[in-house]
Design a protein around this ligand. Structure first.
Ligand code: 13P
Ligand code: SF4
Length: 309
């Protein structure tokens, strides 16, 4: 059986041979982060993909991230190593539901969390990520906003901008599992720990936190902080990465329940398989979109990068 090291060496050699780069979301396992060329939160990956000098882009994350990479780099081939890795929140509203809402609320600009399908993005005015949402909504000319799909991130934005923000009932099923009681329980065991959470958590948790930010934001805050103990309120891998990178600090999970099955799907073996498929010209992993769809869905991402930079 191949070891992790064998797989990583094979992947690294194939990447060079096939002119491929790997983008890995911060939630990926350490063994994938180690072979990645770019790592970070959704916003960082969207910026990095445009500067990636390669013919083939492999996105280790979930489908909407690979779709975003394709929209931003249509001339490159983009692959999702595990085609089953999706984000349930991205599909919570159908394009028809949003079309109906737009008819009812025509004066509202539609702001989509980047965790949406490319089909939904076609209907939106601007995309946001967890790290850019407040800044972008603030900068938009529109005073009336329809925010889709995450009501927790939407609530976080609504409380920080002076605009009329309409929310829907969507959200991340993983972050929504955790409750204020979970936070109180872990805080009572570690009263000195700073609480760092993702804005996909329930507003009651967000309001009680010491820092709220994206996956990259949480990691940077913890690394740069003079504090030595933290409670991490996002996918469990972030706590693991932080404990590995900052062995002198202590990191506790806000809840062991915050585990995203989709983000955990991609393995080193999947990455090797996709590289073999590129070499052998077999199909199944590539994100394919026609030119018209790309133009229509890309506008709101270009707008995100313009306003978020
Ligand atoms: P980030 O934008 O913070 O990377 O979040 C993506 C995500 O899916 C969090 O659950
Ligand atoms: Fe989607 Fe939530 Fe998983 Fe992030 S953690 S990919 S928002 S289901």
């Amino acid at each position: 059986m191949k070891t992790i090291n064998d797989l990583q060496m094979e992947i690294t050699a194939l990447k060079t041979q096939l002119n491929a780069v790997i983008l890995a979301h911060s939630y990926m396992s350490r063994e994938i982060i180690e072979i990645a060329d770019f790592t970070g939160d959704s916003y960082q990956l969207s910026v990095d993909v445009q500067s990636a000098d390669a013919l083939n882009i492999i996105v280790c994350g979930v489908r909407f991230m690979a779709e975003t990479a394709k929209l931003l780099s249509p001339q490159k081939r983009v692959f999702l190593p595990n085609p089953n890795a999706g984000c349930p929140m991205a599909e919570q509203f159908s394009p028809d539901e949003i079309r109906q809402l737009k008819k009812k609320e025509p004066e509202r600009a539609v702001v989509a969390y980047i965790n949406t399908t490319a089909e939904l993005k076609k209907l939106c005015d601007v995309c946001v990520t967890s790290s850019t949402a407040v800044k972008i909504v603030e900068k938009m000319d529109a005073q009336k906003i329809l925010f889709i799909p995450d009501s927790n991130l939407g609530d976080y934005v609504k409380k920080r901008v002076n605009k009329d923000v309409m929310l829907l009932r969507g959200g991340c099923p993983v972050h929504n599992i955790v409750t204020l009681d979970d936070l109180r329980a872990i805080k009572s065991s570690h009263p000195l720990a700073l609480v760092l959470v993702h804005p996909e958590c329930d507003p009651s948790i967000v309001e009680a936190a010491d820092y709220v930010g994206s996956t990259t934001g949480i990691m940077e805050f913890a690394k740069n902080s003079s504090a030595s103990e933290f409670i991490i309120g996002t996918e469990l891998t972030i706590r693991e990465h932080l404990q590995y990178e900052c062995p002198d600090k202590t990191f506790h999970a806000l809840s062991k329940k915050i585990s995203c099955p989709d983000m955990r799907m991609t393995s080193l073996n999947d990455v090797l398989c996709v590289l073999n498929a590129i070499r052998d010209n077999t199909t199944g992993y590539e994100i394919v979109m026609d030119e018209y769809d790309i133009i229509a869905a890309r506008k709101c991402i270009d707008e995100m990068i313009r306003l978020g930079g």
